[in-house]
Unconditional design. Structure first.
Length: 103
């Protein structure tokens, strides 16, 4: 049997991906909108209006990004749990087979 007939799961990569996605999600959620705070610095109403639109769009896209990152994190967590369960099931099946004398 060669290496092509085996599934290799990089638990370290999946675990760090899950952790990184959690950090990214937290950072995106913690960004506050400062659109109202900086309106006066633009000096001209039309520029302030355009910057306000930009901030609003950014907030909307940021919320969408938060949802997508959270969803991806949930999928990674699900994959980790699924692979852990399959590993345990396989281990138990092998031990049972060895206990039964290889039958």
């Amino acid at each position: 049997m060669g290496g092509h007939d085996r599934l290799v799961v990089d638990y370290t990569l999946l675990g760090s991906s899950k952790s990184n996605l959690r950090e990214i999600n937290k950072a995106l959620k913690d960004i506050d909108s400062h659109g109202k705070d900086i309106r006066d610095i633009w000096g001209h109403d039309s520029i302030a209006d355009k910057m306000g639109e930009f901030v609003t769009n950014w907030d909307n896209y940021r919320r969408e990004l938060v949802d997508n990152v959270e969803d991806l994190g949930n999928h990674v967590e699900g994959a980790l749990k699924s692979f852990d369960k399959r590993d345990l099931d396989l281990k138990n099946a092998i031990e049972k087979k060895e206990k039964d004398g290889g039958k």
